[in-house]
Design a protein around this ligand. Structure first.
Ligand code: GLV
Ligand code: MN
Ligand code: MN
Ligand code: MN
Length: 425
């Protein structure tokens, strides 16, 4: 072994791929489905069981385990100083039917880095903490990334606690139950100082695969806005009401939707992404004219000005629509674009270069994240960045979500190098 090898390089070389793949399979068993998918929505009993599994795994590695008022879980490997720690990790919850990698990979990768540090007998100046953020997915309690959002700004937590799931359980009740189930874990405040944060995640899109790149240096996260559009007309008899005397909320909603799709198509050059994902029709009856239709808009772009103009267009078409009813819209979630700092990007690029070149897989690819992540909120709090590995076919939020084991391994190697460099700063 070369005596001049740095602690970061030595840790990278100590990553154990077999242990990593076993850890991924073990966590996937919590909520594992026959089709290979995972059903582990946040703070369900299955998620609480998975959290116990993570706590036991971390303790076996010698980590201190802590939680906070949002039930985020922190696994700390002490440093030689009390300086603020370097943070890594992601989330362990899944979509109603998700894959075994979205989120879980980032948490298990952090624990693998700690195992490798133990194997190599390396100490770092700063502590390294692995976090499993609560409710990143937002499918049970919306919006997503509540744990990381509340961590960086605790004033957001009271409103989150009032959010209800489909069974009328509040997020606050679910968090309290999780805290009760981990009463042996000590509680710490939100918003503690963090030196820097790196999140490793699968890409969940096709960019890296198309570029034949094993690793991605994520330069930022595109901006996003969520709206609810509400069209209120009048319910009436489908057979007796003349067409020109109707106040049909569906007719209005479809016209608005069509104009939005045409607008989005014209913005193809700026990569505007438009999704009208959730529709509710009242009274939702085959022979009653819809009296009320509401639908959601998820619109994203790297350029926030494009979203600003989209909103102006939405305001224009909803106020000028000629009919007897009423249309309104409300923005209920909005994030500006996130730009990760240049010095974090150059460190991650160096880490990805070493891992990629050792494996003869070449240079990493720079890209913007199409999805949002907990790192989006952490970037409000400390220097933050992300590393991506490819997703086969770009598929995620699906049981078929997959990444080649070799790429998963390289991602953790790049993470290991990055964390040790940051922890020795
Ligand atoms: C969550 O990952 C999102 O981008 O919607
Ligand atoms: Mn995720
Ligand atoms: Mn997800
Ligand atoms: Mn996500």
């Amino acid at each position: 072994q070369d005596a001049s090898i740095s602690p970061a390089e030595k840790t990278q070389d100590s990553i154990n791929n077999e242990r990593l793949q076993n850890a991924i399979a073990a966590l996937a068993a919590f909520g594992g489905r026959d089709d290979g998918g995972v059903a582990r929505e946040t703070l369900t009993q299955i998620d609480l069981d998975a959290r116990r599994h993570l706590i036991a795994t971390a303790r076996a590695l010698g980590c201190e385990v802590e939680t906070d008022d949002c039930a985020n879980l922190f696994f700390r490997r002490l440093g030689t100083t009390d300086l603020p720690p370097v943070l890594t990790g992601s989330h362990a919850d899944t979509q109603p039917v998700g894959g075994k990698l979205d989120g879980a990979y980032g948490v298990l990768a952090g624990l693998e880095v700690i195992a490798a540090l133990n194997d190599a007998g390396i100490t770092t100046r700063r502590a390294i903490e692995v976090v499993a953020w609560t409710n990143e997915e937002g499918s049970r309690f919306g919006p997503g990334a509540m744990g990381s959002s509340a961590f960086v700004d605790p004033s957001r937590l009271p409103a989150y606690r009032e959010v209800r799931d489909g069974d009328n359980i509040t997020f606050g009740e679910a968090v309290d139950a999780a805290l009760l189930a981990s009463a042996d874990v000590s509680r710490r405040p939100l918003a503690l100082p963090i030196a820097s944060c790196v999140e490793l995640h699968i890409e969940q899109g096709p960019v890296l695969e198309r570029a034949h790149a094993a690793l991605g240096v994520v330069t930022g996260i595109q901006s996003v806005r969520w709206y609810k559009v509400e069209c209120i007309g009048m319910a009436a008899h489908a057979g007796t009401t003349p067409m020109d005397e109707r106040s049909d909320a569906m007719m209005a909603a479809v016209a608005i939707a069509q104009q939005l799709y045409v607008y989005a198509a014209k913005q193809a050059a700026s990569n505007l992404r438009l999704t009208l994902g959730r529709w509710q029709v009242g009274p939702n009856s085959v022979n009653t004219i819809p009296g009320k239709v509401d639908f959601t808009i998820d619109v994203r772009c790297v350029d926030a000005d494009v979203l600003e103009r989209f909103e102006q267009f939405l305001a224009e078409i909803t106020t000028s629509h000629q009919w007897r009813g009423n249309i309104s819209f409300d923005c209920f979630f909005s994030r500006p674009p996130t730009h990760f700092p240049a010095d974090m990007l150059s460190l991650i690029e160096r880490a990805c270069m070493r891992a990629g070149h050792q494996a003869k897989r070449g240079d990493p690819q720079k890209l913007t994240s199409g999805a949002f992540h907990d790192a989006m909120y952490l970037a409000e709090h400390c220097p933050t960045a992300m590393i991506f590995v490819p997703s086969k076919g770009g598929i995620s939020h699906n049981a078929a979500e997959e990444t080649a084991p070799e790429d998963l391994y390289l991602g953790v190697q790049a993470l290991a190098y990055t964390l040790v460099e940051l922890a020795n700063r």
